[in-house]
Design a binder for this molecule. Structure first.
Ligand SMILES: *[C@@H]1O[C@H](CO)[C@@H](O)[C@H](O)[C@H]1NC(C)=O
Length: 210
């Protein structure tokens, strides 16, 4: 920007020295507020004024610095252009639509990210997390236990259940009886024995007379 102004100062001095008020702008890939070549009038008035360091070269005509365009140099330009509906905030800086990220909004982004090795993908315009095996949920935050976690157990990692007190086993399907069930009795719930006939009692140790 500083060099740009210095170039203009040289131009102004040339004009003050009696040179013709004609300037040729250097060709640029960036589109400017006016077509080139142009006549430069040092008494020109631009209202509203040129923005972002644009120079008023003729009445109501702004010459915009690199990175800005529009009648009053009011629009920032981004090269490459902001993709996927992103808006150019200032030269080279895009504000992206939700679901997109990266310098030019060219990358899909999943807000909050994808957890547990999930990958952010875009499928026909819909951005979502593609979860690694064993994980599910919008952010891949939920572990999957194909065997199920029964009796109040929680799936804490792929295939791993955290069981409620009194239950064990891969699916929390086995009850725990701290005192054993005798005579073929079966532990069916924490500290609950189901006894075989003719036994009964907490541990199936009482024989019922038949
Ligand atoms: C530019 O505008 C000023 C004031 O509005 C006027 O005096 C001047 O003649 C104009 N210059 C040209 C080249 O039209």
């Amino acid at each position: 920007m500083r060099c740009w102004w210095r170039a203009w100062l040289v131009l102004l001095l040339a004009f003050a020295a009696g040179g013709p008020p004609v300037a040729r702008a250097q060709p640029s890939k960036v589109s400017r507020g006016v077509a080139v070549p142009f006549i430069f009038d040092p008494r020109a008035v631009c209202r509203p004024p040129c923005q972002h360091g644009g120079l008023c070269i003729r009445n109501s005509t702004c010459f915009c610095p690199k990175g800005y365009e529009g009648e009053r140099c009011q629009y920032a330009t981004c090269y490459p252009k902001c993709k996927n509906g992103g808006r150019c905030l200032r030269p080279g800086k895009c504000r992206c639509q939700p679901g997109y990220g990266g310098r030019y909004c060219h990358k899909v982004s999943c807000e909050g990210g994808c957890q547990n090795g999930g990958e952010c993908i875009s499928v026909s315009g819909v951005v979502k997390c593609l979860c690694a095996s064993g994980w599910a949920g919008s952010r891949c935050q939920e572990a999957v236990c194909p065997q199920g976690c029964r009796n109040g157990g929680a799936c804490v990692a792929p295939g791993i259940c955290s069981c409620a007190t009194g239950w064990v086993g891969g699916a929390c399907h086995l009850a725990l009886c701290r005192l054993p069930c005798h005579h073929g009795g079966k532990c069916i719930a924490p500290d609950v024995c189901r006894c075989r006939s003719p036994y009964s009692g907490m541990q199936c140790m009482k024989k019922i007379k038949q």
